[in-house]
Structure formats: C-alpha cells, structure tokens
Design a protein around this ligand. Structure first.
Ligand SMILES: Nc1ncnc2c1ncn2[C@@H]1O[C@H](COP(=O)(O)OP(=O)(O)OP(=O)(O)O)[C@@H](O)[C@H]1O
Ligand SMILES: [Mg+2]
Length: 465
C-alpha cells in the first residue's frame, strides 16, 4: 500500500448502518471499527484514534452532540449523522467543531469523499465554544435549501463580520438574523432592529446614532441611538434596500471607522456592534440601478445568506403547518386541530408569494373558522384556495395563475419580471412531468427542450420528481 492506511470509526446503535459503513470503507482499504453506544464510542476512540469518526446524534446512553464535545476536545475529526438536519442540530454540530454532517439515508459515496477530504486536511482547531442557548422562536424546515441556510447561519454565528440576509418577504430573514445572534458569542448582549423602510429620512440618522439636545427642532434632550444601545450585541438593519442615499454614506463611514457621533455632537463613541442587514430586494440589482452604494454593499455583504422561498421547499409545508397549528393551540389553550388531506393538498399546491408568514396567517385563519377539530379545504382563505386550484388545472388557466401571482408581488419591475417568469417556468415543468408520470424524455419532448436542459432545470428549480 502506498498511502498510510486511513482509519474510521462509526458510532451508531443501528447495526445495519455500522455494517454498511464498515463494508464500504473496508472495500476501499480503510481500517474500520464501530461502536453501538456513546460510552463504547469514546473508549474505542481513545484506543484507536481513527482519522475520522461518523457519529449518530441519537444514541441509547447519551446524546451524540454531547459526545461530540468530548471527541472534539480530543481533537477528533467528526462527521455527524442525523435523521433530519434541523437548525439546532446543524448549528450545534458545526459550532461544536464537527467537520460536517450527513443526513439519513446515508449516501456512502458522499460519506467516503468527505472522510477522504477530512483525513487529508488535519489542521484542526480545538478552541472551546460556549454552550448554546435553546428555546424561543426558531427557524424550522428540513428541506435541503433550509439546511444550506442553517450551515451559513452556523458559520455566520462563529464570526463577527457583517452579514447580508436576502430573501422574499416572509421567508424568515429576521428569524435568521436572530439565530445568528443567539448562536453567536454575543447572545447575552442585546438584539435590536431598525426598520430602514419605516422611518422618515430625516429621523433615521438620529434613530441610528442618537442626538444631543438642540440638534434639530424637537430634540429636547440627549438621546442614545440604536448603535449605542446595541453595545455588545447585534443590530439588524432591516429593509436595508430602503436606506436613503444620504444615510448610506454615513453608515459606510461608521462601518469603516467603527465610531459614531450623535447628531449635533462631535464627540466620537465606539460601540461594539455586530451588523446584520436584511432585504427583500435584490441588493445587487439596486446597486446596478444606482439606488444602493456599491461600496456599502460590499461592506455589508461580507457573508451572504439567501433565505429560500417556500414554493421551492414544498416538503417543509406540512411540518410548518403543524408547527403553527401547535403554536395556535398553545396560545389559545385549545386542543390542536388537524389538517384534512384536501386542505393539505391545497397548501402543497399554492405558490405562497408571502412565504412562511402567509402560511402562518392562512393556518390562523383556518383554525379560527373551522367549526370542528378538522381543518378542511373550505376553511382556508379564499385567496389560497383560488390560486391553488388554478395552477393545478393545467388548461388555459396557467396564464391566469401567473397573472394572479404577478399581481401579488410588490417589488420593483425587474424583480417582478424575474419571479413571474421563474414561476411560470416552474409550473409548466411540474405540469409536463405530471402529464408524463415523471418520465423526463416524455416531458422534455412535450416542452420542446433537450433532455439535459430539462434535467438542469429540474435541479435548479428543485422540482421533486
Ligand atoms: N423557517 C421558518 N420556521 C418557522 N417560522 C418561520 C420560518 N420562516 C418564517 N417564519 C415565521 O414567519 C413570519 C415571518 O418571518 P420573518 O419576519 O423572519 O420574515 P422576513 O423574511 O423578515 O419577512 P419581511 O421581508 O416581510 O420582513 C414570522 O412569524 C416567523 O416566525
Ligand atoms: Mg423582516
């Protein structure tokens, strides 16, 4: 053997998983070993010191994430195995120094490629992380698109660079910003927000940086701005795309210098603030149209997170709906209602231009109007029922559905055009795939597309087949 033989340990109480891992890695000349519990896993690790550990989060004697802490203290390279990558698990895994994580069912080719990569780069840090918070409102969703977002949130939480969170209205940008704060080292500091679109231009500067008495008419006392009040915490600049040009210049200067002055004062203050900006406009487009300063864009978009629209992650809809049903029941002290299958179908078909917020409102509406414990299609808001049925008919109503959809958008024209076209394309492809029972060649012929082009689009638009 030319290379030094690599070794791996899989810690999982499911025998079949251990066996599959061992076989696969053995066939590729790795030394392998497996343990069925956390206790056994830790002693096996100490004995064998494998290059890579695959660790299940659910173990009979102890949480895999707790074991991860012990393993990472020993400098182990750990890949977490999880049945579903929820935000908490992903963040804990990545912040707890796991190298990566895999979701079940396990793709062994992927696991092997990961192990190989990890074993070849062995410069692992061992700095300790503070314990993470739990509870409170949290982002939900197991779709691949959300898991990507979780990974970025975890990374952002581990740094203090500015972050730009983009996404359509109601996709959870504010929740993402809050998660970055809660999972980061500033979690004990304040989390404040300024809505740049809701404050009149002449007041924004004072809202951000504060003012001294007499600085302008009505300034009858000294007042700290949000930057000062956020000292030691995180400040969310919401709707940043709405920030007037004059304030953009000032914000840029503040970000560059790290200091602020209250309006009307020349005394400089240096608050310790982490900035997260959020926008439902495409900020890069705003830059192209000269509505947003390019230099400020680069300053804010050191890390970028894009929150996926709900229509691109249909698999999260039942889970979110159930969550909102539970929340509603808790708040009203009522028994939790359930969704009938016809209502569920409508929720799955609808395009959700208002994303998760709109889903939440639709569920709240349905819970209120449903006469008994079961929510049926007729209990859902009319707008949802109407649009869901037009898209599904597959006759001349597609145009109407798209027109309806376009009329719900409130952004600028370029954005509206892009989204409407995207929506129409998606609906046509979904329909063609349905007509041909998932047969790609048939659907491609029907659409007049090359099969490879259709495949690419299915991937890009994340259409499940
Ligand atoms: N992934 C999610 N899981 C659970 N709740 C969510 C999720 N995304 C959004 N929500 C809920 O939907 C509502 C809207 O979320 P949020 O305010 O974070 O959206 P936003 O992207 O900031 O919207 P806007 O652009 O309109 O400000 C909130 O009630 C939030 O709790
Ligand atoms: Mg928001």
């Amino acid at each position: 053997m030319t290379d030094q033989t690599k070794s791996m340990l899989v810690i999982d109480d499911e025998d079949s998983i251990c066996l599959a891992f061992e076989r696969f890695f053995k066939a590729r000349d790795w030394n392998t070993s497996s343990s069925a519990s956390a206790g056994e896993g830790l002693s096996d690790y100490d004995e064998l010191r494998p290059d890579v550990v695959f660790l299940d989060v659910r173990l009979p004697d102890r949480s895999g994430l707790d074991l991860l802490d012990d393993l990472s203290e020993r400098g182990a390279a750990v890949v977490i195995i999880t049945a579903c990558g929820d935000l908490d698990t992903v963040v804990r895994a990545l912040r707890g120094k796991a190298c990566d994580y895999l979701t079940k069912p396990i793709d062994l080719d992927k696991a092997f490629a990961l192990a190989k990569r990890i074993s070849e780069t062995k410069n692992r840090g061992t700095e300790k992380q503070a314990p993470l918070p739990s509870g409170g409102e949290i982002l939900l969703g197991n779709s691949p698109a959300m898991q990507e977002a979780y990974k970025l949130i975890a990374r952002a939480a581990g740094t203090r660079s500015p972050v730009l969170v983009q996404g359509e209205t109601g996709t959870g940008k504010e929740l993402a910003a809050l998660a970055i704060h809660r999972f980061g080292s500033r979690r004990n500091g304040p989390f404040l927000a300024i809505n740049c679109g809701a404050i009149p231009e002449q007041l924004i500067e004072s809202e951000m940086f504060g003012h001294v008495k007499g600085a302008f008419t009505g300034a009858d006392c000294d007042r700290a701005g949000k930057f000062e009040s956020t000292d030691g915490g995180t400040l969310l600049l919401d709707e940043i795309g709405e920030l007037p040009m004059s304030v953009q210049v000032k914000l840029l200067r503040v970000l560059d210098s790290g200091t602020i002055e209250r309006v009307g004062s020349s005394k400089t203050i240096r608050p310790d603030v982490r900035i997260i900006a959020a926008t439902n406009k495409l900020l890069e487009e705003q830059v192209q149209f000269g509505k947003f300063r390019q230099d400020l864009f680069y300053r804010l978009a050191v890390l970028q997170i894009s929150m996926p629209p709900l229509r691109d992650r249909g698999q999260d809809i039942p889970l979110l709906a159930k969550h909102f049903l539970r929340q509603f029941a808790l708040n009203s002290n009522d028994r939790q209602k359930t969704l009938a299958s016809d209502a569920r179908d409508v929720l799955m078909r609808y395009a959700w231009p208002g994303n998760v917020r709109e889903l939440k409102n639709a569920i709240d509406h349905a819970v209120t109007v449903a006469p008994d414990r079961t929510i049926r299609q007729c209990d859902l808001p009319q707008s949802v029922r109407k649009c869901a049925s037009t898209v599904s008919q597959g006759d001349g109503s597609l145009e109407k559905a798209v027109t309806d959809y376009a009329s719900t958008l409130t952004d600028g024209e370029p954005e509206r055009y892009r989204r409407t076209i995207g929506r129409a394309e998606r609906a046509l492809i979904v329909q063609a795939m349905k007509l041909h029972n998932g047969n790609q060649s048939g659907a491609a012929d029907y659409l007049g597309l090359h099969r490879n082009t259709l495949r690419k689009k299915l991937r890009e638009l994340q259409i499940q087949q």
